[in-house]
Design a protein around this ligand. Structure first.
Ligand code: FUB
Length: 317
C-alpha cells in the first residue's frame, strides 16, 4: 500500500497525456468508475487495483480521483481516501458512488467491516469539496451485513449507488445477487425506513440509477462473467421493465462495473476492462488489475438504449 500511495502522491495533480484511447486511465489500475458531473467538470472516482498479478483476488486499499473538462484529457489527483479511514473498516476499498447535495459531497462506498459486524458494509464520508478531504460522516457503517438476510453471503451488501430526485428525495441502491434500495433521510447519512428488494433479472451487482427525459434507468452487472443489463421505469419505485443487455463481457475481466453520465450534451458509458497492455516491468491488466474505459452511449427515440460498442480507439477528439 505504501508503494501505491507513494506513486499516487507523485502523480498527484499531474496532467495525463492527451490520449483518447481505451483504457482512458493508464497511470494506475482503476476499477468501479463512479463519475460525478459537477459544473464544467467530470469527477471520476475509481477503485485502485494493486494486486501483483491476476491469480488470487482483488487487492484494493484506497480510491483515486481523476478530473476532466472534455472527457479526453484527464488529470490525476491521486488517492483521496483509503478504506481504513473508516475506523471500523479493515480494508477492501471496493465500489463507490459520489453525489453532491446542498453544497456537500457524499462518498458512499464499500469496505470490509471489522469483527464487530463481520462482512462487507457500506460507509459514507463527507466533504465540502469534490477533492476532499473526506471524513467518515457518521463514525459507523450506514449498511451492515446483518441488516439484510436474503443471502448467507457476507458480501451481499456492496456497491452503493445514489439517485437524487429533482425534489431532493434521495435513494440508495446496493447489493450483490439481491438488489435492494432504501430512501435516505434529508441528512443523507441515515436510511429513512426499511429497504425493499428489486426485481432485476440475472442481477449480480454494480447498480447505477439515472434518469433521462421521462424514464428512470437502472443499469447493473448481470450474470458472471458480467455483462451490463438494464431496466427502465417511469418511477424510481418501479415496476422496472427489463430491456436486456447493454454491454457485453468486458475484455479480460469477469467484472464490468459502469457509470452512466450526460456531460456537455453527450452521453457516456464508463466501465472497466482488464485490457491494459503490459508495461515494462509490470504484469498486464486482467481480472484483478482493471482499467477504466469510456465509450459513447446512445438512446433510441423510444428511450431504450443502444448496445454499447466497446472500443480501443475510445472517444473521438
Ligand atoms: O472492485 C471490487 C468489486 O468488483 C466491486 O465491488 C464489484 O462491483 C466488482 O467490480
Amino acid at each position: 500500500m505504501f508503494k501505491s500511495l507513494t506513486v499516487a502522491a507523485l502523480l498527484s495533480a499531474a496532467t495525463l497525456p492527451a490520449l483518447a484511447a481505451n483504457p482512458i486511465i493508464t497511470d494506475a489500475f482503476t476499477a468501479d468508475p463512479a463519475a460525478l458531473v459537477h459544473g464544467d467538470t467530470v469527477y471520476l472516482y475509481t477503485g485502485h487495483d494493486v494486486a501483483p498479478n491476476n491469480d488470487v483476488f482483488f487487492e484494493m486499499h484506497d480510491w483515486l480521483l481523476y478530473t476532466s473538462k472534455d472527457m479526453i484529457n484527464w488529470e490525476s489527483h491521486g488517492a483521496f481516501m483509503k478504506a481504513t479511514d473508516f475506523k471500523w473498516a479493515t480494508g477492501q476499498a471496493w465500489a463507490s458512488h459520489m453525489v453532491e447535495k446542498d453544497g456537500k459531497f457524499y462518498f458512499y462506498t464499500t469496505v470490509r467491516h471489522d469483527d464487530s459486524k463481520p462482512g462487507f458494509a457500506v460507509g459514507v464520508a463527507v466533504s465540502d469539496s469534490p477533492y476532499g478531504p473526506f471524513k467518515d460522516a457518521i463514525g459507523k457503517a450506514l449498511i451492515t451485513n446483518d441488516m439484510t438476510t436474503e443471502t448467507p453471503n457476507d458480501w451481499d451488501d456492496i456497491d452503493p449507488a445514489i439517485f437524487i430526485e429533482e425534489n431532493g428525495d434521495s435513494y440508495i441502491f446496493w447489493g450483490n445477487l439481491v438488489p435492494k434500495y432504501a430512501k435516505l433521510k434529508d441528512n443523507m447519512i441515515e436510511l429513512d425506513g426499511d429497504y425493499k428488494v428489486m426485481d432485476l433479472p440475472n442481477f449480480t451487482e454494480a447498480l447505477w440509477v439515472h434518469k433521462k427525459n421521462d424514464y428512470y434507468y437502472v443499469t447493473y452487472a448481470c450474470e458472471f462473467p458480467e455483462k451490463i443489463c438494464y431496466s427502465m421505469s417511469k418511477s424510481i419505485h418501479g415496476p422496472w421493465q427489463y430491456k436486456g443487455i447493454l454491454n457485453e463481457i468486458a475484455g479480460n475481466s469477469e467484472t464490468n462495473h459502469q457509470s452512466v453520465i450526460e456531460f456537455k450534451g453527450k452521453d457516456y458509458f464508463i466501465y472497466h476492462t482488464g485490457a491494459m497492455p503490459p508495461k515494462e516491468g509490470q504484469p498486464s491488466g486482467g481480472r484483478f488489475r482493471r482499467s477504466v474505459s469510456i465509450d459513447p452511449l446512445y438512446y433510441n427515440d423510444d428511450g431504450s438504449l443502444q448496445r454499447i460498442i466497446m472500443t480501443t480507439e475510445g472517444l473521438s477528439k
